[in-house]
Write a protein of this length. Structure first.
Length: 201
């Protein structure tokens, strides 16, 4: 019988070093045994960053992508970065049965596909602040922005690069959502040695 106290967390990965840094941070702060993790990544023939640019995608970058597409497809098929993420959690003490890898072809768009997946019974979504496409080195930040703007029925956590910090800043106002944020933080990290700062202006 499944442990009903465990939180089911969707961890969105984009194959960048930043996303692996985010995984290392989560493995450091989340209590092993308290979460069920789904490592989710989307494969795509054209990087989302091209369509985030103003106007038409840059032709030189698009041509470069086409040139390296076969090689990248082979690397994507192996999904080494997803396996690396799984290993980071396993080495941190997470049970193998609590770690699921889910790989999906791009359907409606990176952000929209993550939003659709997040509606399937998760307690939280965790994403990296910024990703770098491994071939084009184009910064991908708008996906995170779209997720924050469009997901309203579950917590969205954005992790940065400070892998050693165990301090959590909870920004508050007088809204009901702020209280939900406090409750979520307590449920997720209450059994760890994380330090909380409740900040209200």
């Amino acid at each position: 019988m499944a442990d009903i106290t465990k939180k089911r967390i969707l961890v969105a990965l984009d194959g960048s070093r930043a996303s692996i840094d985010m995984v290392a941070y989560l493995a450091n702060v989340l209590p092993a045994g308290g979460s069920e993790l789904v490592l989710f990544t989307i494969t795509t023939a054209t990087p989302e960053s091209f369509w985030d640019m103003e106007g038409e995608p840059n032709k030189d970058l698009r041509d470069l992508w086409v040139k390296h597409r076969k090689k990248f497809a082979e690397e994507t098929k192996r999904m080494l970065f997803v396996e690396e993420a799984r290993k980071i959690f396993a080495d941190a003490g997470f049970d193998e049965n609590d770690i699921t890898i889910k790989i999906q072809e791009r359907n409606k768009g990176i952000a929209r596909d993550i939003i659709q997946e997040s509606s399937k019974g998760y307690d939280a979504l965790v994403i990296g602040r910024v990703g770098i496409n491994p071939i084009t080195r184009v910064v991908i930040g708008s996906v995170a922005n779209k997720l924050v703007e469009n997901i309203a029925d579950m917590p969205v956590c954005i992790a940065g690069k400070n892998l050693k910090s165990r301090k959590i800043l909870v920004a508050l106002d007088a809204s009901d959502n702020a209280m939900r944020c406090v409750k979520f933080a307590g449920q997720m990290f209450g059994k760890t040695d994380a330090e909380f700062l409740l900040f209200h202006v």
